[in-house]
Design a protein around this ligand. Structure first.
Ligand SMILES: Nc1ncnc2c1ncn2[C@@H]1O[C@H](COP(=O)(O)OP(=O)(O)O)[C@@H](O)[C@H]1O
Ligand SMILES: [Mg+2]
Length: 151
């Protein structure tokens, strides 16, 4: 099951504000997949989330470093798969530090390596519909209640 929400942003500031509001729904261990073309606003979104979580550093796409860690109210792991061509390339990048169940993990170009099967709860799709207009669709995958029950 899943629920979706569709937002229309007309400025980077508004996108960051939407992201900051979204951040209130995040819990430790959540994975967030961000998809959409270059310049669509994925990093702007991560900055808005970071601001809401009290991260002080300026957040930049980890296009070359692949992964950046931040500590705010929650720990945040920011991944960018833009340049990654195979899952083997990312094993040495400290992914274990993200995958500890305590960290919020935000992944740009989340669709690049489906074989990694990251456990996304949130899927955020960005579409550039104008110079400053972006359509942003947030999908939350909701596990059936039974899946949450201890067996
Ligand atoms: N409504 C909007 N939302 C987000 N970014 C916007 C918007 N309008 C213009 N922009 C611009 O688009 C670019 C988005 O860049 P960025 O977030 O780095 O994209 P991505 O990470 O998806 O490649 C920025 O230069 C930003 O100023
Ligand atoms: Mg980016």
């Amino acid at each position: 099951m899943s629920t979706t929400e569709r937002l229309v942003s007309t400025s980077p500031e508004q996108t960051a504000d939407f992201a900051a509001a979204f951040a209130a729904s995040l819990v430790p261990g959540d994975w967030v997949g961000l998809t959409g073309p270059l310049g669509a606003g994925k990093t702007v979104w991560v900055r808005g989330v970071g601001r809401a979580l009290g991260i002080q550093e300026h957040i930049v796409s980890p296009t070359y470093s692949l992964l950046n860690l931040y500590q705010g109210r929650l720990r945040v792991c920011h991944l960018d798969l833009y340049r990654v061509r195979s899952s083997g390339e990312i094993v040495d990048f400290g992914l274990d530090a993200c995958d500890d169940g305590q960290t919020v993990v935000l992944v740009e170009w989340a669709g690049n390596l489906p074989e990694l099967e990251f456990p996304f709860r949130w899927h955020i799709e960005f579409e550039r519909t104008g110079d400053r207009e972006r359509v942003i669709v947030i999908r939350e995958d909701v596990l059936p209640q039974n899946d949450r029950m201890p067996s």
